[in-house]
Design a protein around this ligand. Structure first.
Ligand code: CA
Length: 459
């Protein structure tokens, strides 16, 4: 294996940094498991202080970061810091066989622009073994092909078509900025003099099972319409409180107390409502409750339609994570619910102001090209300056020339110029709120992002 490493170095200009040669903190070197490269691998990556550090001299440039590792117990989160810039990625589960214990995977891209570069691998999720990291000069980014500027709803309104054409025309040249929540939007404007191109909101509080307990939300849709009239694009998600069967109590999960009261009713662990069962019986009460809830949201979407406001509509978001009840029974019922919602909103309610944003990225969750306009990824890397290259590369290889890709939720605001240098070209980003919103950023960082020539705001 050592010979292989040297061969690779000569041929491809790659540099392999063996884990066992790093400066080690709170980990240990092992050799029991066969198949490692070099003279061993690092194990016991389990403590918060566990880390490996290397210094290496590499030519300036962008590199793919490849990780040699073993994770037979399940996929693990990987965290590294390269010259101070954080990079998060995923290590897929490896085979549990004694002969094929190690695997390699590209976790993202890093930039080298100093004579000596410091590489640090942190614990991440821990509980995996690290054999090596390897730096491969990054291939030039493949050509971005803009998707057709046609919407999945063939009767889409002229305003929805215009908005989509605008997104497609700018795709690859830079990114539209976006921010959830009115206060956060105002913060961006106060600190940067710019208004985010996209205003994000959520129909959560309109869910009937919340209204029944928490009172009626007043004026939120109207305030969003005012935002659109002032020039912002509008995106909506819907934290859909389960129609019924809320647990509405504190529960104990794995020895921890978890708040599963009614206002957490969009979470899987806060309801016993079964989406699969509900969909299986169109004459049953549960199915009718799904329709009832969709109809309530339709009434709000109609206000937006009446005001001629197109909506980047992102329901059933993050379903593949399983933490929301709409995704708790796997991809099949979730895709069925997506198509049911589409049919109800488009055919029954005649809502043609919607641009349909699908927000699960795994292939088995995809409901199909003809029901989706934009693919969204929700990313919360440990360092907001992360270039998010691994998720981008995965989606780009599947959807280039077919669908727009967007960062539909992001922890704070990304460093767009850096992303573009790395070949990462999301259509837009929408920052989340609170500690994950613009207001948690340093003013100078926020200003740098929002005044970039590559970031498109409300003009
Ligand atoms: Ca090794």
């Amino acid at each position: 294996m050592l010979l292989t490493a040297i061969f690779l170095s000569l041929v491809a200009g790659s540099t392999r940094l063996e884990a066992e040669t790093a400066q080690l903190t709170d980990v240990r070197v092992a050799t029991q498991m066969a198949g490692f490269s070099g003279t061993g691998y690092v194990t016991d990556l389990t403590k918060d202080a566990s880390q490996l550090t290397w210094s290496a001299k590499l030519p300036k440039g962008i590199y793919d970061l490849v990780v040699g590792y073993s994770a037979p117990n399940g996929e693990k989160g990987f965290d590294a810091v390269v010259d101070g810039f954080g990079l998060s990625g995923m290590l897929p589960r490896t085979a549990a066989s004694a002969n094929a214990s190690f695997a390699r995977v590209t976790v993202g891209r890093v930039e080298v622009n100093k004579p000596t570069t410091q590489f640090v691998v942190k614990k991440g999720w821990g509980y995996y073994d690290l054999d090596y990291i390897e730096l491969l000069p990054s291939a030039k980014s493949p050509r971005l092909v803009r998707p057709p500027a046609t919407l999945s709803d063939s009767n889409a309104t002229p305003a929805a078509r215009r908005l989509f054409r605008r997104l497609v025309a700018a795709y690859g040249n830079g990114m539209f900025s976006g921010q959830y929540d009115a206060k956060e939007n105002n913060h961006v404007q106060a600190k940067t003099g710019k208004m985010p191109a996209v205003f994000g909101n959520d129909f959560m509080d309109y869910s009937p099972s919340r209204v029944a307990r928490g009172g009626i939300p007043r004026g939120e849709t109207e305030r969003t319409i005012a935002r659109a009239k002032a020039g912002q694009m509008v995106t909506y998600s819907w934290h859909w409180n389960a129609p019924k069967d809320l647990i509405d109590a504190e529960i104990t999960e794995n020895g921890r107390t978890v708040d599963a009261r009614w206002y957490k009713g969009f979470y899987t662990n806060a309801t016993t409502f079964d989406v699969q069962k509900a969909l299986a019986d169109p004459s049953g009460e549960d199915y009718k409750l799904l329709i009832r809830d969709i109809d309530v949201i339709a009434a709000e979407l109609k206000k937006l339609a009446k005001a001629d406001v197109p909506v980047l509509w992102r329901p059933l978001h993050e379903a593949e994570g399983g933490w929301f009840w709409v995704g708790a029974k796997g991809p099949a019922p979730c895709k069925q619910l997506w198509l049911l919602m589409r049919d109800r909103l488009i055919s029954h309610h005649k809502l043609h102001n919607l641009i349909w944003v699908w927000n699960s990225v795994r292939p088995e969750w995809y409901p199909g090209d003809d029901s989706v306009d934009i693919i969204g990824a929700d990313l919360y890397p440990a360092d907001r300056r992360d270039a998010t290259a691994s998720t981008w590369d995965d989606l780009f290889s599947r959807f280039n020339g077919k669908k727009l890709l967007a960062l539909t939720e992001y922890g704070q605001a990304p460093e767009v110029d850096r992303m573009l240098r790395f070949g990462v070209r999301w259509s837009y980003f929408v920052s989340w709120t609170g500690p994950l919103g613009a207001s948690a950023m340093k003013d100078e960082d926020l200003r740098r992002v929002y005044t970039s020539r590559k970031v498109f705001n409300v003009k």
